[in-house]
Design a protein around this ligand. Structure first.
Ligand code: 4NP
Length: 174
């Protein structure tokens, strides 16, 4: 499980570090992760050292803004989500250093898209970076069929996980 942390540690010398967040629809969890990560990076004045994007394994919502519920919950915390949904593809394994899956299904789907075994090494799990709530969840649960609590849970987990990921890659944490 901590392989994800080791892979992130391996990026300490890499700048810019290019991170792609991936979920199923690319309208709830991964665009929120992108927005939260952009905010963490801006807070620390590290915009020139990070490239951040998101994508979905599915193709149901291509071109759409994030789900309205996700945008509302994110906006309350100060995140404006303007990403347009796109599907993950083989070339993403060339364009990004770290590909962060929200759950096990995303991870399995990403392994099928990876063009080579070396590319597969870039796939990590968001849950491995989340310390808060880690005793209850090892993945970021899909909020699509949930109520408000589901969206708040996702944001709580992403805020913790993105900060941790930043600290690991920037070397400010063991
Ligand atoms: P996401 O949530 O993977 O966090 O973006 C979902 C959004 C849409 C669907 C599934 C999950 N869908 O099946 O349309």
């Amino acid at each position: 499980m901590m392989r994800s942390v080791d892979v992130a540690r391996g990026l300490r010398g890499v700048r810019p570090v290019r991170v792609l967040f991936v979920c199923l629809g690319n309208i709830c969890r991964s665009p929120a992760a992108e927005g939260v990560m952009r905010s963490v990076v801006a807070e620390r004045g590290a915009e020139d050292r990070w490239v951040i994007d998101s994508a979905g394994t599915g193709d149901y919502h291509i071109g759409e803004l994030p789900d309205r519920r996700m945008r509302v919950h994110a906006a309350r915390r100060g995140y404006e989500l303007t990403h347009r949904c796109r599907q993950v593809w083989e070339g993403d394994f060339e364009d990004f250093d770290l590909i962060v899956a929200m759950d096990g299904q995303n991870e399995r789907n990403l392994r099928r898209v990876a063009p080579t075994p070396e590319a597969e090494v870039k796939i990590v799990r968001m849950g491995d970076f989340v310390r808060h709530l880690a005793t209850r969840y090892d993945h970021v649960p899909d909020p699509y069929y949930e109520g408000a609590e589901g969206f708040e849970l996702v944001l709580d987990m992403l805020e913790d996980g993105c900060r941790h990921l930043f600290d690991i890659v920037e070397g400010s944490e063991e």
